[in-house]
Structure formats: structure tokens, C-alpha cells
Design a binder for this molecule. Structure first.
Ligand SMILES: NC(=O)C1=CN([C@@H]2O[C@H](COP(=O)(O)OP(=O)(O)OC[C@H]3O[C@@H](n4cnc5c(N)ncnc54)[C@H](O)[C@@H]3O)[C@@H](O)[C@H]2O)C=CC1
Ligand SMILES: O=C1O[C@H](COP(=O)(O)O)[C@@H](O)[C@H](O)[C@H]1O
Length: 262
């Protein structure tokens, strides 16, 4: 990717994980509605490469996508219990504005931060907690219909559908990454669901990097590490994107300590 990459929601947890791993590999334009503080900017990124803007402001988004080759769209309300007015505005209207501006500007691809909560209602009472354990072979592979567990999940399913539309209608390459549970240094502590869907920082950066490099049309993949406990398949991400995750929540105790140090 020779052209700059626009990273929306750059100041948040996922944005920081991506930048900590692959900041040196691209020219970045960092967008967030909150200023990204100068000391949080990775090497090679200056304040001139940052844009303070709201993704629901169509004009600001059109300015931000000018001359970029790709967009990684993270900005939005990440709370599973977020109310409808917030997800409608930040997640659905904001994602529409990003896809619309990208298509109008002739951007090559958009990588969209979807969520496990787009399919959270597959975790029925009958399937849990076995679903989170290694002896259970139930797998979601990305081809299943969305089955949201909350209104936030509905907004992520809507974002995936917007991506489908903008791919079919305007030819944008679109990768929707159903991110699991991102934490730094160790899997979520004492939380089976979180350990089944852990995404480490380095695997996160690598996965989004693959989304910027691989060739694809429209993809829905799961964004988790190589966890033994998983109930999300990694096959599509491996096959289409060349994703090769390095971390596994099984290498940590239930309390989150590395087993080789225990
Ligand atoms: N952290 C996780 O484990 C997961 C995150 N995701 C998704 O990844 C994305 C990033 O999540 P996090 O980094 O965890 O959240 P975060 O809250 O740490 O970061 C989100 C960033 O987006 C910005 N933002 C929010 N609304 C905006 C708007 N309307 N315009 C411009 N900027 C806006 C915020 O200022 C913030 O810096 C979200 O879309 C979230 O739904 C999905 C699944 C799991
Ligand atoms: O989409 C998201 O999912 C993760 C995991 O969900 P949880 O309900 O098991 O905590 C969440 O931590 C993150 O904030 C959210 O954006």
C-alpha cells in the first residue's frame, strides 16, 4: 500500500494496538473526534497527519479520505450496552459516511471493525458455557447470518451489510473483522468467554496489516488469537488474508498469568 491509510478511531484501544505493531509500515492519517495526544503518536506520525473529526460529519469524512488508498474504520461506540441513539449515530450513520466517502473518492478498500456481538446470540443457554471450552467443536465461520446479542451488535451487523452494499455497488474491497476481546499482555482474567475470543495486541496488528495487504472482494472474518478454546473459525482469515496468529489464551492460567512463568 503506497498511499496513506486513514485510521478512524485511532486514539482508542484497537487503534493503539494496530499502531503499536504496524505503524512503521504505512503512511497514516489518524482520525478521531478526540485529539490524539502528541506523546501517543507513533514514530513517523506527526500532528500534521492527524484529523480531529467526527465520522458522522460527511464533509469532514470526505476531506479525510482524500488521496488515501485504504481506510481502517474503527471509530464508533464500542459498548455492548450502548443505547440505540448512540449506535445509530456513531456506528451506523458514521459507518455509512465512511463507506460513502471512500466509494466517492475511489479508495481501494475499507477494513471495518465489526464485533463478536454481531453474532453473540448464537451463544444460547444450551450451548454455554461448553461453547467456551476446548471439548466443544461448535464453530462459527463467518458465513452464518448475524445474530446480534444487543443493539450494539445490531449496529455492527448493519455495518457489515453496508460493506456488502458498497462492495457490490461500487467495487470497494471490504473486510469485516468480527473482533473478539482485545486485551494487552494477557487474556481477559477469569472470564471464559473472553479467553475463547481473546485477541492479543500483536495478533490484532498483524491481522489488520493482512487486511491491508491481501487481495479480496468482500470478507467477514473473525479477529481472535489462536486460542484452543475458540468457537470462531480462523480458516477464512488464514486462507484469504494469510493471517497467522501467534498467541493462545491456553498459554495463560485462568487468572491470566503466563503458564511458563507459573
Ligand atoms: N476492544 C475490543 O475488544 C473490541 C472492539 N471492537 C470495535 O473496534 C472499534 C474500536 O474499539 P475500541 O478501540 O475498543 O474502542 P475505544 O472506545 O477505545 O476507541 C474508539 C475511538 O473512536 C473514537 N470515536 C468514537 N466515536 C467517534 C465518532 N463518532 N467520530 C470519530 N471518532 C469517534 C473515540 O474517541 C475513541 O478514540 C469499535 O468500532 C468497536 O466496536 C469490536 C470488538 C471488540
Ligand atoms: O465488541 C466488543 O466486545 C468485547 C467483548 O465483549 P464482552 O461483552 O465479552 O466484554 C468488549 O470488551 C468490547 O468493549 C466491545 O467493543
Amino acid at each position: 500500500m503506497d498511499d496513506p491509510v486513514l485510521l478512524t478511531g485511532a486514539g482508542g484501544r484497537v487503534g493503539r494496538a494496530i499502531l503499536s505493531g504496524i505503524s512503521g509500515e504505512y503512511d497514516w492519517r489518524l482520525l478521531d473526534r478526540e485529539p490524539v495526544s502528541a506523546d501517543a503518536l507513533p514514530a513517523g506520525v506527526s500532528e500534521d497527519d492527524t484529523v480531529v473529526a467526527d465520522v458522522t460529519d460527511e464533509w469532514q469524512v470526505r476531506e479525510a479520505v482524500r488521496d488515501v488508498g485504504a481506510v481502517v474504520h474503527l471509530a464508533g461506540d464500542p459498548r455492548p450496552n450502548a443505547p440505540w441513539d448512540s449506535v445509530l449515530r456513531n456506528n451506523i450513520d458514521g459507518t455509512h459516511a465512511v463507506f460513502d466517502a471512500a466509494a466517492a473518492a475511489g479508495v481501494d478498500r475499507v477494513v471495518f471493525a465489526s464485533s463478536n456481538h454481531a453474532v453473540g446470540a448464537y451463544e444460547t443457554d444450551e450451548r454455554t458455557p461448553d461453547l467456551y471450552r476446548t471439548n466443544d467443536d461448535y464453530r462459527l465461520d463467518g458465513s452464518e447470518l448475524p445474530r446480534p446479542s444487543n443493539l450494539y451488535g445490531v449496529s455492527k451487523a448493519a455495518g457489515e451489510t453496508l460493506g456488502r452494499y458498497f462492495h457490490d455497488e461500487y467495487g470497494l474491497s471490504v473486510a469485516c473483522v468480527r473482533i473478539g476481546n482485545l486485551t494487552e499482555d494477557h487474556p481477559p482474567r477469569e472470564y471464559e468467554r473472553g479467553q475463547a475470543m481473546w485477541l492479543s495486541h500483536r495478533d490484532c496488528a498483524h491481522l489488520f496489516g493482512r487486511c491491508l495487504e491481501a487481495e479480496y472482494d468482500y470478507e467477514v472474518v473473525y479477529g481472535i488469537s489462536n486460542n484452543d478454546r475458540r468457537y470462531y473459525s480462523l480458516e477464512r482469515a488464514r486462507e484469504v488474508l494469510g493471517y497467522d496468529p501467534q498467541d493462545n489464551s491456553a498459554d495463560y492460567t485462568f487468572e491470566g498469568e503466563p503458564k511458563d512463568a507459573a
